[in-house]
Design a protein around this ligand. Structure first.
Ligand code: MTE
Ligand code: MO
Length: 160
């Protein structure tokens, strides 16, 4: 009886932990809606990019490239990104209500050499409090305003 109770409690607390675990969802015009967790992200191919903060100081962020995440969700990329697919966009939503938008072509490796990533690390450590657990890092822009922190959702849609 006691063992059962302990097992039951263990299951319950595990369930609670997973329910509270931060994640990022990829939904909308996708063939495989995703719910990416920190653990899942850490198992994917890692890429490091540099981003200047609002004071012009450069920092190194590490994570997974956005095209790799979009491919995993079955979003149109590469050769599929033609015709009406060029009217698709990715809306980024954050825990603090901040939102930014990209056309899919802006993020695609067949259109641009700059590599946007979903970062979970800054200079080899976790992201600072209030900026994590995931930050979209967009190099090659004059200001870091679209490099959104506390990202919770990528929503893919047609603009028309
Ligand atoms: N979630 C979220 N992300 C955000 C913002 C915000 O208010 N909320 N501000 C943006 C703006 S306007 C700037 S200039 C940069 C600042 O990034 P930094 O702290 O690395 O300089 O974060 C961007 N990302
Ligand atoms: Mo800003």
């Amino acid at each position: 009886m006691k063992v059962y109770l302990i097992a039951l409690l263990a299951c319950f607390s595990l369930h609670q932990a997973s329910a509270q675990e931060a994640s990022l969802s990829v939904t909308g015009e996708v063939t495989h809606p995703l719910q990416l967790t920190a653990a899942g992200l850490s198992k994917m191919k890692r890429t490091t990019v540099a981003l200047k903060d609002r004071d012009g100081k450069e920092h190194k962020y590490t994570g997974v490239t956005i095209p790799e995440i979009l491919d995993l969700a079955g979003v149109t990329t590469g050769k599929q990104l033609r015709g009406e697919n060029l009217t698709k966009y990715m809306l980024v939503k954050c825990a603090d209500g901040y939102e930014v938008l990209f056309s899919l072509a802006e993020l695609d490796t067949s259109f641009t050499d700059r590599t946007a990533i979903l970062a979970d690390q800054l200079e080899g450590g976790p992201l600072p409090a209030g900026k994590g657990p995931f930050r979209l890092v967009v190099p090659g822009e004059k200001k870091p305003a679209r490099s959104s922190f506390q990202v919770t959702e990528f929503i893919i849609r047609f603009a028309k």
